[in-house]
Design a protein around this ligand. Structure first.
Ligand code: C2O
Ligand code: CU
Ligand code: CU
Length: 488
């Protein structure tokens, strides 16, 4: 067997090794229950590269594995939906056909498009076609698409409607990152399975108002406990947490190190090596994993247990109230990589600088806005004390202005906050946790743990009009933890 070191890191020596802020008890992976026997081959979504195409949502009865059935919806007859892949500068015409028998509209998460192309919930159609036309005018990155109707987004995503949207550009191509079979999109979603093997979505009132809907079984690309056969080489994994409410602390078995190269808004300025990575619903991570270290063997992608800090005085309330599934922070096994013993892949040099990125300077901010996230006894989680109303403008920002948005979580549960129409930079987070590796890049979704204040900076360059921002815990969003953002 030929053993190669694939990732010849030019730049990793210079002190960008991220220390885990989540050193949780001392639970090692071997202490977590072995789950599943990896009988299912990892499904890989098909790709759409045409510039003009149909995206058709329809009801579906799908057998996801020997024992799990989904009575749900699908895009273009597949779950997950097809991966849309295009280069920067492309102009797209997409016909969204809604055949699911419910109101819906598609949102392109992370893309910056005109307001009427963004999937604002007031643009829902109950059937027929909505025509999208927009130009991809932003950095290469791993984006995604999903429905966005008010009150039923959680159900529609849960029951099958979501897919990747990948943008490529020249800057990224020049890096020669692993591609083809060496580039794997992974969407991670937890599901609750009934005794008869049906995927069920029936959040209780406390689940809507408190925890969100937490599942007991994790699907990767729609399959429970899948395996994937790989070479002992370097792989690029584009990971999306497409779960409604569950946060993962991703790692490989035996703490195999991996390299974070990108996040929501594309490549990081510099690669960061780590052995675990926290990902909240809606967030993406682009990582490199060197499987030559486990040639002729296997390694599992897992989620390590982590602590959810308790915010206000109601300690442990999120676990006492609400969810039937394993609690937030529980350990999971996600999938297995079966590593062969030969490859012809070339050695890859990872440069010091991945991309030229210039974030707005704090001193350039025109104003600071405080976004208060709190739990109101009767209504559930609110933004600045209010629930969503379709036509009420909550925040009005001047086009071209730079603002600091300070998310303050006064509640007992995590809120992954997502803003449409911008990519932002996380400035800092209160407390001891610091920034997560993905937060060194452009973000559109940021995890705000109970008790934390997270400051972000963003410049509003999108077209004028109405967009939304919201919590990406989809039960929270559906329950009204969303607000209108108007660019004027
Ligand atoms: Cu991914 Cu407004 O959502
Ligand atoms: Cu979005
Ligand atoms: Cu929330």
């Amino acid at each position: 067997m030929k053993r190669k070191q694939f990732l010849r890191s030019v730049g990793l020596g210079t002190g960008v090794l991220a220390m885990s802020p989540w050193l949780t008890s001392c639970l090692s992976v071997s202490e977590t229950e072995p789950q599943g026997d990896f009988k299912n081959k990892l499904p890989l979504p098909g790709e759409i590269s045409e510039r003009s195409f149909d995206l058709s949502a329809a009801p579906a009865e799908i057998q996801l594995s020997e024992s799990i059935n989904l009575s749900g919806f699908q895009f273009n007859n597949t779950v997950p939906g097809p991966t849309i892949r295009h280069t920067r500068g492309s102009e797209l015409n997409i016909r969204f056909n809604n055949d699911i028998g419910q109101e819906s509209i598609i949102h392109w998460h992370g893309l910056i498009v005109p307001p009427e192309m963004d999937g604002h919930p007031r643009d829902v159609i109950s059937s027929g076609t909505y025509n999208y036309h927009f130009r991809l005018d932003q950095r290469a990155g791993t984006y995604w698409y999903h429905p966005h109707p008010h009150r039923i987004t959680g159900e529609q995503v849960y029951r099958g409607l979501a897919g990747f949207f990948i943008i490529e550009d020249e800057e990224e191509k020049d890096l020669n990152l692993p591609g083809g079979d060496y580039e794997i999109p992974l969407v991670i979603q937890d599901r609750r399975i009934s005794e008869t093997g049906q995927i069920i979505y029936n959040p209780s009132r406390p689940e809507r108002m408190m925890t969100g809907f937490l599942g007991d079984t994790i699907l990767v690309n729609g399959a429970p406990f899948p395996y994937h056969e790989v070479e002992p080489g370097l792989y690029r994994l584009r990971i999306l947490n497409g779960s409604n409410a569950r946060i993962y602390n991703l790692a490989f078995q035996n703490d195999l190190p991996f390299t974070v190269i990108g996040t929501d808004g594309g490549l990081l300025p510099e690669a960061i090596e780590t052995s675990e990575l926290l990902m909240a619903p809606g967030e993406r991570a682009d990582i490199l994993i060197d499987l030559s270290n486990v040639a002729n063997s296997t390694t599992q992608l897992i989620s390590k247990p982590f602590d959810v800090p308790s915010g206000g005085g109601m300690m442990g309330m999120q676990n006492m109230m609400g969810s039937d599934g394993p609690e937030q922070g529980a350990a999971f096994t996600l999938m297995e990589f079966r590593v062969g013993d030969t490859t012809n892949q070339d050695v890859f040099d990872l440069p010091d600088r991945l991309a030229e990125v210039s974030f707005p300077n704090e001193s350039s901010a025109d104003r600071t806005r405080q976004i208060l996230l709190s739990m109101e006894m009767m209504s559930g989680h609110t933004i600045n004390g209010r629930l969503f109303e379709m036509e009420r403008v909550d925040e009005r920002v001047a086009q071209g202005s730079t603002e600091i948005w300070e998310f303050v979580n006064n509640s007992n549960v995590p809120h992954p906050m997502h803003v449409h129409a911008v990519q932002f930079k996380v400035l800092d987070r209160s407390g001891t946790r610091g920034l997560i590796p993905t937060e060194s890049g452009w973000k559109d979704t940021v995890l705000v743990m109970p008790g934390e204040t997270v400051r972000t900076i963003m410049k509003f360059d999108a077209q004028k009009g109405m967009y939304v921002f919201h919590c990406h815990n989809l039960e929270h969003e559906d329950n009204g933890m969303m607000a209108n953002l108007e660019i004027v």
